[in-house]
Design a protein around this ligand. Structure first.
Ligand code: AMP
Length: 362
């Protein structure tokens, strides 16, 4: 496929990762007439249930990767921790969208903060803690309270500890090391919001409305749209998201998480080079949802309209909460069940979109 030619229906999209995001991408791709091929090391992956084309193999199995690449026209992924070597190997065989650069930056908190800072996008104060010797220096620079995080492989609050004093810092360091760490100033934010943005191969950009996110036990619980923020803050959040995809020469959907300070000032917490949990509401109330938008973007198609047609609250169903479906379904609730065979505490099993809901769940 020439990179500027739209991928025709009937082509095959390769997806690395077989979780719920891969599953929702495969469903959206099918609606546009694409086949999908899922690559995942776990034979029990929920995405396998919605497409017959699968590879169960490790991400460093180059033989399996080469065969996978031969079956697909473009490669995308549903998680940001795709090993760099895997990304490089596949990118030499087929277009990899989003590209390896976006992966490399978003996999490493320090690389991400450096990228954002160079592009004049504000982040929390931070200092690298590559080893114990640098811990005191970082504490002196950042102060407490602070958050000590692993630079890589952190998600849903894993790989981070709050540090309230020097003793905490020592304990946190022992728990998280020997991985390279970063110390961030603890931000007394007013709220957390996120923007899901898309950019296609022609450089067209479309951002969804900001969502206001509430976490419970470090896991996203609800995304409420519209977010309770001023117009100026909403516009600024979208502007920053658009600036990020432009600077990355990005193709696909990307999630940007922000802290909103009491002053209304925004700090970027994190970027994710993929469809995002805080964008699941788009499926219920937008002309084009984030999954279709991602497929359109990576297929070189024109982007769809991200306009929102109703207020909405997305609520993640975690562990046994999945029992709410179908028991508690009202007509205005759109359910989504991920089809995971086993419900475990802390595991995202599905979500619901409460359409027209204006109440805020805190
Ligand atoms: P992260 O894995 O960096 O997205 O962090 C998970 C959650 O921890 C965030 O959504 C915040 O609620 C909280 N958090 C992370 N970093 C900070 C920080 N520097 N200050 C305050 N809260 C934080």
């Amino acid at each position: 496929m020439a990179s500027d030619q739209p991928l025709p229906p009937g082509s095959t999209i390769g997806i690395l990762g077989g979780g719920q995001l891969g599953r929702m991408l495969a469903l959206a791709a099918a609606r546009l007439g694409f086949k999908t091929h899922i690559y995942c090391p776990d034979a029990q992956s929920p995405a396998f249930e919605v497409t017959p084309n699968r590879t169960v193999a490790a991400y460093d199995d180059e033989q399996a990767l080469a065969v996978f690449a031969s079956h697909v026209d473009v490669v995308t992924y549903e998680f940001e921790n795709v090993p760099a070597r895997t990304a490089k190997f596949l990118a030499e065989l087929k277009p990899l969208r989003p590209g390896a650069n976006a992966l490399a930056i978003s996999q490493d908190r320090l690389a991400e903060k450096a990228f954002l800072t160079v592009n004049r996008i504000a982040v929390a104060p931070f200092a690298a803690v590559p080893d114990h010797d640098r811990l005191d220096e970082a504490l002196a620079e950042i102060g407490t309270p602070a958050v000590l995080k692993t630079t890589r492989m952190g998600y849903d609050g894993k790989g981070q500890r709050i540090v309230r004093n020097d003793v905490d810092a020592g304990v946190a360091f022992e728990l998280l090391s020997p991985k390279p760490l970063v110390l961030e100033g603890f931000i007394e934010f007013d709220k957390e919001i996120s923007v899901v943005v898309a950019r296609n191969t022609r450089g067209e950009i479309a951002a969804f409305d900001p969502a206001e996110n509430v976490h419970r036990d470090h896991i996203l619980k609800t995304s409420t749209v519209p977010a309770d923020i001023g117009k100026k803050t909403a516009r600024e959040a979208r502007d920053i998201a658009e600036k990020i995809v432009t600077a990355l020469d990005y193709v696909g959907v990307l999630g940007v998480e922000f802290f909103v300070l009491p002053s209304g000032r925004l700090l970027v917490n994190e970027i994710a080079p993929r469809v995002h949990n805080s964008g699941h509401w788009t499926e219920a109330v937008c002309i084009t949802d984030q999954f279709e938008q991602h497929i359109r973007a990576i297929a070189g198609w024109p982007l769809g309209d991200p306009a929102r047609m109703a207020d909405v609250v997305m609520e993640n169903l975690i562990g046994d909460e999945i029992g709410a479906i179908p028991a508690n379904l009202a007509p205005s609730i759109q359910p989504h069940v991920y089809g995971k065979s086993e419900s475990r505490a802390g595991r995202k099993m599905g979500h619901i979109n409460r359409i027209g809901a204006k109440s805020r769940t805190k």
